[in-house]
Design a protein around this ligand. Structure first.
Ligand code: MG
Length: 314
C-alpha cells in the first residue's frame, strides 16, 4: 500500500543553497543520473539536484527532506505527481502548510480499553506554534508528554472534536457484524462532522484522514450507514508525519484513550496493560479468575485472539 502513495515533489533553490545541500548530504550521496549535480538517498527518500536549481524529492516522506530547506525555496512547492490508484483522494502537499482538518484514532490495537478518535482544525497561522510546542505523532511521545501536550492544545483553543467508542458498544457492534474498519470509519466520520459544525464558516483547504483502509472501502462503510464522504476529504498513510492537524488529533485521541484506561483500571482495581501482548493474555486470565469472564465485555475488545489465548492458559 505504501508504494501507492509515493510522491515526487520538485522545488527550486539558489546555487548557494544547492551547495549547502551538497555538503549536507555528502555522506548520503549515490551516483547521480546524467545531467544531475548530485543525488543522495536518506531514509525519507531520494534527493536529486540539478544545476538549474531544480531539486527533485522522491520517495516515502519527501516532505521531511523538503522541510529542512523550506526557508530557502525560491518558488512555492509544486507537487509533480502523487502516484496512487486513488490519486483523487491523495492530498497535495500544499494542504499541509495551509488551514486544514486532520483526524486520527487510538486504542485500535489495544485489547483493553475503548477506541477513541479525534479531529482537529488547525489554522495556517497556528501550524508553526504547534510544531514549536512539540506536537508530533503520539506514538513518538511518552504518556506523560501526551497529557502535557494535550493540555497545551486545549489551552490554545484549537478547535477539536473527539469520541470514545466504549467497550460494551464496541463488542455489541462487533457481534452485529461490524468490522473494526467500519467502526473506525464511522467514528472518523462523526468527529469530522461535529468539528465542521463547530468551526462553521472557517476556511479550510481539506480534511486529512490518517489512512487505515482504501478510500473506496471507507466510502463503502459510510454508504452502508447512509452517509457519504465530506467534501475535500483526503487519505494518506503516516499522515501524522505530514499533517500537524493529524498529529494533534493523534495526541488528543491518545489522551482520551489513556484517561479511559485509567477509569477502567480503577473500576476493576487492576492497572490494565496496553497493547495485546502475552502479558495481556496473562492479565486476562487473572481477571477471568477473579471477576468472571463477563466483566471483559465492559473493559476489553473481546473478539481479539487474546481472549481465547488467555482461556487456554487457565
Ligand atoms: Mg492512525
Amino acid at each position: 500500500m505504501e508504494e501507492l502513495l509515493l510522491s515526487q515533489i520538485s522545488e527550486k533553490f539558489t546555487t548557494s543553497t544547492l551547495q549547502k545541500m551538497s555538503a549536507f548530504y555528502d555522506n548520503k550521496k549515490v551516483s547521480p543520473p546524467p545531467g544531475a549535480m548530485f543525488r543522495a538517498k536518506t531514509h525519507n527518500g531520494t534527493i536529486t539536484a540539478y544545476h538549474s536549481g531544480k531539486v527533485l524529492f522522491q520517495g516515502k516522506s519527501p516532505i521531511k527532506e523538503i522541510e529542512r530547506w523550506a526557508s530557502e525555496k525560491t518558488e512555492t512547492s509544486k507537487t509533480v505527481s502523487v502516484a496512487s490508484h486513488n490519486s483523487k483522494y491523495s492530498p497535495q502537499s500544499e494542504i499541509f502548510t495551509m488551514s486544514h482538518i486532520g483526524s486520527d484514532e487510538s486504542g485500535t490495537g489495544d485489547y483493553f480499553g475503548p477506541m477513541t478518535v479525534c479531529a482537529v482544525y488547525v489554522k495556517k497561522e497556528s501550524i508553526e506554534t504547534l510544531k514549536q510546542i512539540g506536537i508530533q505523532d503520539s506514538k513518538k511521545i511518552t504518556d506523560k508528554q501526551i497529557s502535557l501536550l494535550a493540555k497545551q492544545l486545549i489551552e490554545m483553543n484549537i478547535p477539536y472534536s473527539s469520541m470514545v467508542l466504549d467497550n460494551p458498544t464496541y463488542n455489541k457492534l462487533q457481534k452485529q457484524g461490524w468490522t473494526q474498519g467500519k467502526m473506525k470509519t464511522m467514528l472518523h466520520y462523526h468527529v469530522i462532522d461535529k468539528l465542521l459544525k463547530k468551526i462553521r464558516d472557517e476556511h479550510f483547504e481539506g480534511i486529512v484522514i490518517d489512512q487505515f483502509c482504501q478510500p473506496t472501502v471507507f466510502k463503502k462503510h459510510l454508504a452502508s450507514e447512509n452517509h457519504s464522504l465530506h467534501d475535500k476529504t483526503f487519505f494518506i498513510t503516516k499522515a501524522e508525519s505530514y499533517s500537524i492537524a493529524v498529529a494533534a488529533a493523534s495526541v488528543i485521541a491518545r489522551l482520551r484513550f489513556l484517561q479511559e484506561m485509567e477509569r477502567l483500571s480503577n473500576l476493576i482495581d487492576t492497572p490494565l496493560l496496553k497493547g495485546a501482548s502475552k502479558a495481556v493474555d496473562e492479565q486476562i486470565g487473572h481477571i477471568i479468575q477473579s471477576k468472571g469472564e463477563e466483566v471483559l465485555l465492559e473493559i476489553a475488545k473481546v473478539h481479539f485472539a487474546n481472549t481465547k489465548k488467555a482461556k487456554q492458559l487457565l
